[in-house]
Design a protein around this ligand. Structure first.
Ligand SMILES: O=c1ccn([C@H]2C[C@H](O)[C@@H](COP(=O)(O)OP(=O)(O)OP(=O)(O)O)O2)c(=O)[nH]1
Ligand SMILES: [Mg+2]
Length: 150
C-alpha cells in the first residue's frame, strides 16, 4: 500500500471502514447546521501530500444522501497532488429538514486514484468512431430533447 503523508488538526485520520472499501471517510472539523437548500464549505481538518500521478476525489456518502439528502455540490471534488491546504467539502442539503453536522461526523469519502495527464494536440479533424457526435441521451428511448438534432 502507498503511504501518504497527512497533516491533521484535531480530526481522526481518514479511515477505510471495511477491507476492500475504495473510499476513506473524512470527518468534519467544524459544526454547521445546513438548512434545506443551503450549502456550506466544511473543513475536514486534514491536509495531505499525494504522490505525483495521483489525485484524491471527494465523494458524497450514500447514507447521508439517502437518509438526509446531504450531497456534495461539486461531487466528486478533486484534490490535486500538489495541494497542501485543508481538504474542504462543499456540502449541500437537498432535503426538506435542517441537518446538523457535528465535529467528528463522517461527511465525505476520499478516493485516491492514479491519474493520467495527456498532451492535447490541436488537429483539423478527429478520427472517426462508431458513436460519432451522438450523445446527451442519443441511445435512450423517445425523441431527442427539443431543439437538438439527432
Ligand atoms: O472538494 C474539494 C475540491 C477541491 N479542494 C481543494 C483541493 C484542490 O487541489 C483545490 C482546487 O480545486 P479545483 O481545481 O477543483 O478548484 P478550482 O475552482 O479550479 O480552484 P483553483 O483555481 O485553486 O484550482 O481545492 C478541496 O479541498 N475539496
Ligand atoms: Mg483548478
Amino acid at each position: 500500500m502507498k503511504q501518504v503523508e497527512i497533516l491533521i488538526t484535531g480530526t481522526p485520520v481518514p479511515a477505510y471502514a471495511h477491507p476492500g472499501d475504495a473510499g476513506a471517510d473524512m470527518h468534519a472539523a467544524e459544526a454547521v447546521t445546513l438548512e434545506p437548500g443551503q450549502r456550506a464549505l466544511v473543513g475536514t481538518g486534514i491536509a495531505i501530500a499525494l504522490p505525483d500521478g495521483y489525485a484524491g476525489f471527494v465523494h458524497p456518502r450514500s447514507g447521508l444522501a439517502a437518509k438526509h439528502g446531504i450531497t456534495i455540490v461539486n461531487a466528486p471534488g478533486t484534490v490535486d497532488a500538489g495541494y497542501r491546504g485543508e481538504i474542504k467539502v462543499n456540502l449541500l442539503n437537498t432535503g426538506s429538514e435542517p441537518h446538523r453536522i457535528e465535529v467528528g461526523d463522517r461527511i465525505a469519502q476520499l478516493i485516491v486514484q492514479r491519474v493520467e495527464r495527456v498532451r492535447f494536440i490541436e488537429v483539423e479533424r478527429l478520427p472517426g468512431s462508431d458513436r460519432g457526435e451522438r450523445g446527451h441521451g442519443s441511445t435512450g428511448h423517445g425523441a431527442a430533447p427539443e431543439g437538438t438534432a439527432r
